[in-house]
Design a protein around this ligand. Structure first.
Ligand SMILES: Nc1ncnc2c1ncn2[C@@H]1O[C@H](COP(=O)(O)OP(=O)(O)OP(=O)(O)O)[C@@H](O)[C@H]1O
Ligand SMILES: [Mg+2]
Length: 213
């Protein structure tokens, strides 16, 4: 079954792309194809000139693709610290303590909770931990699925502020958020999917101009 087709875009270092589309449009499928959890029938996925298409998720993670999946998927029985350590394994030659310092700099709340088991964290803290785990692999590209799902507005703000810090450090982001305005406001470009087709790609600012005319 073909879920997405004819999708074509590029992203610079520190670039930000909002992926927008209604339920079932194929947003998660596209992110999963980039992360290596779904293998496309045809096409190319390249990162820094390296072809990723025949590489599995762990290899891609090692090459710099970080994923913050929908529903967080942290290890509930492991502590915050242990979850982060696991996140760092996938990138060889990674400076674990440096990466962990960066996680705690971006999410100070995780430092306060570092010995707590992840299953006992609030939804917002689990989302922060899911970000933290992805940051541990020192990604060049961060894929974020449904950033704000089920979170209080204040926590959503905190996550967006953290994401901004990461982008300033040169990490590229592809972002899906059910609040598509939040995603397009944050990201300089936007790709709109409609039942698996790329129907619009451009600067997010052009999108808001279009909708006001
Ligand atoms: N494992 C699967 N097997 C078959 N069809 C699937 C599978 N996963 C997703 N699909 C279908 O692929 C299409 C795209 O789904 P996808 O989850 O990528 O959409 P989405 O844009 O992320 O939607 P949502 O906003 O609900 O998260 C849907 O029609 C969905 O039913
Ligand atoms: Mg989805």
């Amino acid at each position: 079954m073909t879920v997405i087709r004819d999708i074509n875009f590029g992203l610079e270092e520190g670039g930000t792309l909002a992926l927008v589309g209604s339920n079932g449009a194929g947003k998660t499928t596209l992110l999963m194809s980039l992360a290596g959890h779904i293998i496309p029938k045809s096409g190319q996925v390249r990162l820094n000139g390296v072809d990723l298409v025949d590489k599995g998720p762990e290899t891609r993670c090692g090459l710099g693709v970080g994923l913050v999946p929908e529903g967080r998927r942290v290890f509930p029985d492991l502590s915050v610290f242990e979850n982060l350590v696991v996140g760092g394994y996938s990138r060889p030659s990674n400076n674990q303590s440096g990466s962990m310092a960066r996680v705690f700099e971006v999410f100070p709340r995780l430092f306060d909770r570092k010995n707590q088991v992840a299953g006992s964290l609030s939804g917002g803290e689990q989302q922060m931990l899911a970000f933290g785990r992805a940051i541990m692999s020192n990604p060049n590209l961060l894929l974020v699925d449904e950033l704000s799902l089920g979170l209080m507005p204040s926590v959503v703000d905190e996550c967006y502020k953290a994401l901004e810090k990461l982008v300033k450090k040169g990490i590229a982001v592809i972002l899906v958020d059910q609040n598509s305005d939040a995603a397009t406001n944050f990201c300089s470009s936007t790709l709109i999917l409609e039942t698996g087709d790329q129907v619009w790609l451009g600067e997010s600012s052009a999108l808001s101009e279009e909708s006001t005319h």
